[in-house]
Design a protein around this ligand. Structure first.
Ligand SMILES: [Zn+2]
Length: 313
């Protein structure tokens, strides 16, 4: 089994914790550190800006409705070679569909479209998935968002830790059930906490404890399954020097600041190491697919088209 762990907002600055665990690491550059762009770029290996997703969150929401077509996600390409999959909590999935195994869409999937096949739904509690519950609340209006910000940071940190444990247990059970060739687990906590528990993320000691909690999950999963290769990646880094905006929008992300543009790529596989230079988000899918003998070249798709070209539709 190849194990993928996606950690939303894991900064290059915190790569030490992964190196201590025997991972080879490289900075993963995210020039537009916007989660829905970055996750879709990672998932397809094609810059999301080139196929119609922009920094405007509406572009993500309306893409499918406008009939936009996206390149295949890496798990869809795996199906062509008969791969078995457990994809758990991949956020911002566009046009989700059946998967050989199970696909659990993370934030902000709607309640009716978050697990494929539907028969798997009993295993995954919508309200326990990171962000999903909050997304429903946020849609209820800005007042609710303010209420989220009014909750004590420690309470958010505790809730994240509890959900993380729940998610890990579900993931482990899912892998045991499906015996996949490729498994993915998404952990959204750092990004979430930077929005809603900024002071905890800013405090070096508390942040280290949160990161250690996430690394415990990595230790536990790799300890249980002993994957042939483990690949960890983040969609962007986080700049914790920027406090949330006074308008209550909950920004603690430091979007477009240098630390936010450097996520992490980490690999643990006997006999393999990463190139020493920084990697790009589009490099992740080919790196995974290569391990299954799949050439990432997607005919007809220029992976490097400039962002502006296809944005106006
Ligand atoms: Zn993110």
């Amino acid at each position: 089994m190849i194990l993928l762990i996606g950690i939303d907002g894991y900064s290059w600055a915190w790569a030490d914790a992964l190196r201590e665990r025997g991972f080879d690491t490289a900075p993963l550059l995210s020039p537009k550190p916007v989660s829905w762009l970055a996750w879709n770029t990672i998932g397809t290996g094609v810059e999301a800006q080139t196929w119609g997703i922009t920094e405007n969150p509406n572009s993500y929401v309306t893409f499918g409705r406008k009939g936009g077509r996206r390149p295949p996600y890496l798990w869809e390409r795996m199906q062509a070679i008969g791969g078995r999959l457990v994809i758990a909590n991949w956020p911002f999935v566009i046009q989700a569909g059946p998967t050989r195994g199970v696909l659990v869409c993370g934030y902000p999937a709607g309640r009716e479209h978050f697990v494929y096949p539907a028969s798997e739904q009993v295993w995954w509690n919508y309200h326990e998935l990171d962000f999903s519950n909050e997304h429903e609340l946020a849609r209820a209006g800005p007042e609710v968002r303010k209420r989220l910000l009014a909750i004590e940071p420690a309470e958010h940190v505790g809730a994240c830790a509890r959900r993380r444990k729940w998610l890990m247990q579900r993931f482990v059970a899912g892998v045991e059930r499906h015996n996949p060739t490729l498994a993915f687990l998404g952990i959204m906590d750092l990004d979430r906490l930077s929005h809603y528990a900024y002071s905890a993320m800013q405090d070096e000691e508390q942040r280290a404890a949160i990161i250690a909690g996430i690394c415990d999950v990595i230790d536990e999963i790799t300890g249980v399954f002993k994957p042939e290769a483990t690949i960890i990646f983040s969609d962007h880094g986080l700049d914790c020097s920027v406090p949330p905006q006074a308008d209550g929008r909950g920004e603690g992300h430091g979007t477009n600041l240098p630390a936010s543009q450097r996520g992490v790529l980490a690999l643990k596989q006997e006999g393999y190491s990463l190139p020493s230079e920084a990697a790009a988000l589009i490099d992740v899918a080919p790196m995974v697919l290569r391990r299954f003998g799949i050439d990432h070249n997607l005919s007809g798709i220029d992976r490097s088209v400039s962002a502006e070209e296809k944005n106006h539709d």
